[in-house]
Design a protein around this ligand. Sequence first.
Ligand code: SF4
Length: 414
Amino acid sequence: MRPKTIFFDENEEPPSRCTEKSAAHHPSLETSTSFRNRYFPAATEENWNDWHWQLRHRITSRRQLEKIIRLSENEKNSFHFQNATLPLAITPYYAGLIDPDNPEHPLRRSMVPVTNELLVSPGESPDPLGEDCHSPAPGLIHRYPDRVLFLVTDYCSSYCRYCTRSRMVGRRTNGGKKQWQKAIDYIAATPVIRDVLLSGGDPLTLPDEQIDWLLDRLRRIPHVEMIRIGTKAPIVLPQRITTELVEILKKYHPLWMSIHCTHPDELTAEVREACTRLADAGIPLGSQTVLLAGINDSVETMRRLMHGLVKIRVKPYYLYQCDPILGSSHFRTPVSKGLEIYAGLRGHTTGYAVPNYVIDAPGGGGKIPLIPETVAGREGNDLLIRNYEGKIYRYPDMIGAADSLARQGAPPCE
Ligand code: SF4
């Protein structure tokens, strides 16, 4: 059984342009059904709700895109250089969420190429995280001692223009089970690995049988305590979260899922249905969001996104400073903007709705959290701490004061 296209009722907040109500707020936006009828008239509702159909009908060329979007000159020109950049792919479902008239529309900017991608700025690199240097087997990154990143496919249903792995996604270079077996052998032979993160590309674009095979092989390794899946499928291809897939996933607990999301307009009824299925199957859901200039770089947008995620049982997990991949300067914000957003969330809303703001350190240093300064100093036995309103409070930290004095008096280390 597949998820059906469903709509929020009139009393709920409009989740996206998918409802008639939200379409009314944006005169150029259509409902999911009218979008389908207009641009895919031969498709039945069953087709539309079939993830295979969605993948077969991805928008992958300028010609297809122009049928549904009035391209700007910048967007048109980018297609002269298509071989030099990340491929274009957008599922019909996600294309239906894009404003056809506004090149600045957040979801449009995250998926439709522009010529700015050709501009390489200082500090940018094809592999800023240095992943390729930490690869003991094809597709496997072993950067942290107790966990590995297992890139099981380079294919995504839709390609985000700011993708950290834009150097490799969409190239169709994956080796399938033969290649995966080498990575699995490495994991099995390395007892220190207790956590395996399946990513890519998008692992949930693989067929059910291959996902089952991968999870089964990993679960047979006694020291693998947890398995995680990093995916954008619930957001760009919610039809993928079928009951059949969920039945497979729930056999392999503890299984966690990190869902990549960008903007509150993505949180449609279909996405809610997909996340409900996953959460009901006992899969803890966390979110990963990249901070993007002009897309989600305001406290208001980020608050709406985080609140929307909590409502569909996804715990906001990471807010990433955009990685300096080649041609990404038009997406990057100053770090001060991220700190401002973090400060605008922390204390102002439920703690569960506040993600960790991190920089994945260039060169392979791992995720480093960034937080506005909250320790304002010390007076005698008191630690001075700053709250979310900027007010200073005192915490009686006698033990800390004694420890601090002892350190000051201690001889230097030899
Ligand atoms: S879904 Fe993830 S892997 Fe795929 S293009 Fe987007 S960021 Fe990259």
